[in-house]
Structures are given as structure tokens and as C-alpha cells.
Design a protein around this ligand. Structure first.
Ligand code: SAM
Ligand code: DTB
Ligand code: SF4
Length: 316
């Protein structure tokens, strides 16, 4: 960010943007996208679940919460050598960032955390930007991750402050914001966004963007996930979010956070190339690549390669 004073973006401004006629909104977002980014360049992150399932939280969208019967097997923290092999593979596939996810409520100061710190160092040495998403962090834990060379930390706010309690009861919105603050203080870049399609209102989507843009510094990356309704979770009967709502959300995120990378995240498997093209037009400039997100499927490597060729996209 430059030294210029940060402008507060009001809720009303975001409302006005969000409710514009769709194609007008997309056109404006495309123009802003072009001013701030290399149009057609897409940041590619590879995702690996290094510790799967058995989580104590009750996030009602999540297949990894122990309390829902989703068929996800609990797996202990992976061995470092297996993580490094996956990172090497991701690099060869063209990823610039490697993101390691753990189904933890929060990080504890134990041997598992020491192992993760070592993974961060080793993946860095391969020449990839390293990202982690491990749940809540203290200031000291964030600093340890920074010292190990962590580039980004993913910690989503998921929805608006008002709606948060309807989705998760085992932690608060402020808990989330505190961790983001610890990450920022440690000098790690922030990756934070949310999910649409959980039954939230337009105002909740607007509220979520309002929170993100008015953080002391807006997140460098903003993942927009379309809910993957997993059976066994309380969200299992949610209908797929209409595609036009996804574009509207992406375009609004692009306009209110012109400098950030906006990541078209979960839900991409259900989108055609034409639909994804419109998302890239509307300001998405980042994706998760690889045939699996954390526990659910994502487009195959070759399908994405084909899409990049057809649309003339270039990995960053
Ligand atoms: N346990 C850590 C945490 O909650 O921050 C890290 C992993 S958690 C699975 C990362 C994010 O994945 C969640 O914050 C949520 O936004 C997203 N996510 C989880 N399940 C999802 C689903 N079924 N559909 C879309 N996004 C999902
Ligand atoms: C994010 O915003 N989306 C990713 C990543 N950050 C960690 C996770 C999506 C998870 C989708 C459900 C699953 O695969 O378990
Ligand atoms: Fe646990 Fe994270 Fe899933 Fe919530 S989103 S249940 S904290 S793994």
C-alpha cells in the first residue's frame, strides 16, 4: 500500500455497487481489474490438507467437523517428506503458492506445530510462496510462522458479523478478526474471504465485503467460495448458488478491493469454461488448482490447462 491515507468504504457505497445491473457491474470490474493487474494473468495456488477431519468446531458448512457424519476419515498430521513431494509436484504443475490446511480449531504449541514450522521452511526452500490455514493463532504463533518464512495465512471471515452466529457457534467473529490482526502484525500477508450459498442475504454478502475492505489493511487475497453442500453437514440441502450471484460477488469484491487478488475458490468444479471466463472477466485473478481442495473434488490439472489455453490465461 502507498502512504496515501486509507479511504473508508461505506456500506452504502458497497450496496450501490452490488446492486448495479449485472453487465454494467462486470464491465466496471473488468476496467478496474485491468488498471490494477495484468489482465489474463492468474495466480495459481495448490492446496493440500495436511491434517484432515476430526475438528472440534461446528462450522455448519464443513465436512471436517467431527460432529457431522460426512464420511471424511480422520488423518493425523502428514509426514514432512510427503508434504514436500506434494509441493514439488505442485511446483512442476505451475503453481506459485502452496497452501497447507489443517482441521484445527486453533494452533497449539506442541510437536505438531514444530513440524508445520519445519514444513514451511522446507516448502519455501523449493521456491514456492507458502501459505497455511491452521485455525486461530496467537501473536507469538503468528511470529513463529513468519520467522519460518510463511508468506500468507488464510483465515476466512466467511460471512457478515450479523450472520456469523447462524453458521458457527464455537467461536466468534471477533476471534476471527483477532487472528487476522495477529497475522498482519507478524508481517505475513492476509488471505481472507468467505462463502456464498449458505442461505445468507445480499446484506450479509455486502457486510462481509465491508468488514474485509475496512480492515486496517485489506487482505492481499480474497477467496470467494461457492458452498460445496456436503451430505452430513447442516448445509447438505442448500441449493447451488445461482451463477449470476457468484459473478456479482466477484465483481463487487474486485471493485471495492482493486489491489487484492480475488480467488475463485470452492465450487469451480460445477462451472463451465464459459462461466469461469465470466468470473475472470469480472475480476477473479486467482484459483486453487489440483484435483482436490481439502476433502472435496476440484477440476483436474488437464482440464485447467485446457481452460488456460482456450481463454488465453497465463499462470503468474
Ligand atoms: N480449520 C481452519 C479454519 O477454519 O480456518 C482451516 C481450514 S477451513 C476448512 C478453511 C475454509 O474453507 C473455511 O474457512 C471455509 O471458508 C472454507 N470451506 C470449508 N468447507 C467449505 C465448503 N463446504 N464449501 C465452501 N467452502 C468451504
Ligand atoms: C478457502 O477459502 N477455500 C479453501 C481454502 N481457503 C483453504 C478450502 C475450501 C474447502 C472446500 C471444502 C473441502 O474441500 O473440504
Ligand atoms: Fe474445523 Fe476449519 Fe472446518 Fe471449522 S472450517 S470445522 S475450524 S476445519
Amino acid at each position: 500500500m502507498s502512504g496515501a491515507a486509507k479511504r473508508i468504504v461505506t456500506r452504502e457505497e458497497i450496496q450501490t455497487i452490488y446492486h448495479k445491473p449485472l453487465l454494467e457491474l462486470v464491465l466496471e470490474a473488468a476496467n478496474v481489474h485491468k488498471q490494477h493487474h495484468k489482465f489474463g494473468e492468474v495466480q495459481v495456488s495448490s492446496l493440500l490438507s495436511i491434517k484432515t477431519g476430526g475438528c472440534s468446531e461446528d462450522c455448519s458448512y464443513c465436512p471436517q467437523a467431527a460432529r457431522y457424519n460426512t464420511g471424511v476419515d480422520v488423518q493425523a498430521l502428514m509426514k514432512t517428506e510427503d508434504v514436500l513431494a506434494a509441493a514439488q509436484n505442485a511446483k512442476e504443475g505451475g503453481a506459485s503458492r502452496f497452501c497447507m490446511g489443517a482441521a484445527w480449531r486453533e494452533v497449539r504449541d506442541n510437536r505438531d506445530f514444530d513440524r508445520v514450522l519445519n514444513m514451511v521452511k522446507e516448502v519455501n526452500a523449493i521456491g514456492l510462496q507458502v501459505c497455511c490455514t491452521l485455525g486461530m493463532l496467537t501473536e507469538q504463533q503468528a511470529q513463529k510462522l513468519a520467522d519460518a518464512g510463511l508468506y500468507a495465512y488464510n483465515h476466512n471471515i466467511d460471512t457478515s458479523a450479523e450472520n456469523y452466529g447462524n453458521i458457527i457457534s464455537t467461536r466468534t467473529y471477533d476471534d476471527r478478526l483477532n487472528t487476522i490482526n495477529h497475522v498482519r502484525k507478524a508481517g505475513i500477508t492476509v488471505c481472507s474471504g468467505g462463502i456464498i450459498g449458505m442461505g445468507e442475504s445480499d446484506e450479509d454478502r455486502i457486510g462481509m465485503l465491508h468488514t474485509l475492505v475496512n480492515l486496517p489493511v485489506p487482505p492481499e487475497s480474497v477467496p470467494i467460495n461457492a458452498l460445496v453442500a456436503v451430505s452430513g453437514t447442516p448445509m447438505e440441502t442448500q441449493k447451488r448458488v445461482p451463477f449470476h450471484e457468484l459473478i456479482r460477488m466477484i465483481a463487487t469484491a474486485r471493485l471495492v478491493m482493486p489491489q487484492s487478488d480475488v480467488r475463485l475458490s470452492a465450487g469451480r468444479l460445477e462451472l463451465s469454461i464459459a462461466e469461469q471466463a465470466l468470473c475472470f472477466m469480472a475480476g477473479a485473478n486467482s484459483i486453487f488448482a489440483g484435483d482436490k481442495l481439502l476433502t472435496t473434488p476440484n477440476p483436474e490439472f488437464n482440464e485447467d490447462k485446457h481452460m488456460f489455453e482456450v481463454l488465453g490465461l497465463r499462470p503468474r
